[in-house]
Write a protein that binds this ligand. Structure first.
Ligand code: 9D3
Length: 262
């Protein structure tokens, strides 16, 4: 997959491309990222890419002309891709969105900076916007790396075994069970006995229970609206019965006090 990144800070990217799964994907010829320096498309000696906002106010706006010229260049390199702006106003990146992006022939990722991009160019030349979450970044570069990282590991041939992407947390809608490695005792704590038992059915059951428990405690939103198989119903039902044995029925507040997530 060809990925073009348009940025005013191209030097942020080389070390990101040179490590881990992204590097592996590049080495295997499955990923070909290339950063285009937006300043190369600014005609003035100062290579200006920003300007003051019409209507006043603090902060600067990304000038349309250098970005438009860089997009023309990107279109010649990857005519099959439609540009995506990384912006706080975009649709949220999810695992599902990453999977869809990973199936495209090429990506053109435009990293916004300053307060934003001149809206005439956005509307005209950038049909799609992606945000990586509800927090404020200072630009799209880190978000572009998040997109590339999430996409690269989904490319066929990048992960060790073909089904490990399908086993991922989020891919099946649950958080993962805890992981342990040697030594058998660390900081006075032993690894759960079941994991050293060699009983693979018990291990699978324990992991499923741990996975459901973690999801229930930390991300109950993931469980609501997710279909449950028979084993999952049984495990959650047992947890409910345990709770019912602890809580007095009908008395007390309808919901436990304290912070509720999502
Ligand atoms: C403080 C500036 N904000 C005004 C209330 C608007 C704003 C402008 C520019 C907020 C963020 C940014 C820069 N952000 C990105 O370019 C960005 C981003 C993000 O901030 N959050 C999540 N995903 C992304 S993708 C690109």
């Amino acid at each position: 997959m060809r990925i073009l990144v348009l940025s005013i800070f191209p030097q942020l990217f080389p070390s990101f491309f040179a490590h881990g799964m992204v590097r592996l994907a590049c080495e295997r010829g499955l990923l070909a990222p290339q950063v285009i320096d937006l300043r190369d498309f600014a005609p003035d000696p100062h290579r200006t890419t920003d300007d003051r906002p019409y209507g006043g106010g603090s902060g600067m706006v990304m000038k349309p002309e250098p970005l438009a010229a860089a997009l023309d260049h990107a279109r010649r390199l990857a005519p099959e891709a439609s540009p995506i702006l990384l912006s706080a106003q975009g649709r949220r990146l999810t695992q599902e969105a990453a999977l869809e992006l990973s199936r495209r022939p090429a990506l053109v990722l435009v990293c916004g900076r300053y307060e934003g991009v001149d809206d005439r160019l956005c509307e005209e030349a950038i049909p799609e916007e992606i945000s990586i979450g509800d927090y404020v970044l200072s630009g799209g570069e880190v978000a572009a790396m998040v997109v590339i990282d999430a996409v690269a590991r989904l490319l066929p041939g990048v992960l060790g075994s073909p089904d490990s992407a399908a086993r991922d947390s989020f891919a099946d809608g649950l958080l993962e069970h805890p992981h342990y490695t040697r030594p058998a005792v660390f900081a006075g704590r032993a690894v759960p006995e079941v994991l050293t038992s060699g009983d693979h059915r018990r291990i699978a059951r324990w992991r499923k229970e741990a996975s459901l428990w973690r999801t229930l405690v930390h991300r109950p939103d993931l469980l609501r609206g997710r279909p449950l198989d028979a084993e999952e119903r049984e495990i959650l039902g047992a947890m409910q019965e345990t709770l019912a044995g602890i809580l007095p029925p009908a008395e007390g507040p309808a919901r436990p006090p304290g912070r509720r997530r999502r």
